[in-house]
Design a protein around this ligand. Sequence first.
Ligand code: SF4
Ligand code: SF4
Length: 120
Amino acid sequence: MTRYVTTIDLRRCVGCQTCTAACKHANATPPGIQWRRVLDLETGEFPDVRRTFLPMACMHCGNPPCEEVCPTKATTKRADGLVAIDYDLCIGCANCVMACPYDARSIVHASHYAYGDQPL
Ligand code: SF4
Ligand code: SF4
């Protein structure tokens, strides 16, 4: 069985946020909702400081906490490794939002897209 993964070479990421914009455009997520974020991290103490860009999205965890807490089985891990949501089963309890250690889940309670009332 194929197992899907996404790889990111952090040495090559320059924090341009183009992936953030592309995800926003492709999925028409509502204002304030970002399925893809790039963290801009500064570490160390002057003058020995370092700036790191860290792209963040759903990690499709091997043992997803969001699946474990979902009372309706709306969230499931598929055999190909992807974590999927069945919107018809979701009751909007937000358990998954609280359980996700990567802050990858978000919840909205109305069909509201970035470019109007319909997805692209
Ligand atoms: S939503 Fe969070 S907990 Fe669930 S698979 Fe994605 S990263 Fe893991
Ligand atoms: S909000 Fe939906 S997907 Fe998340 S835990 Fe509740 S029922 Fe499951």
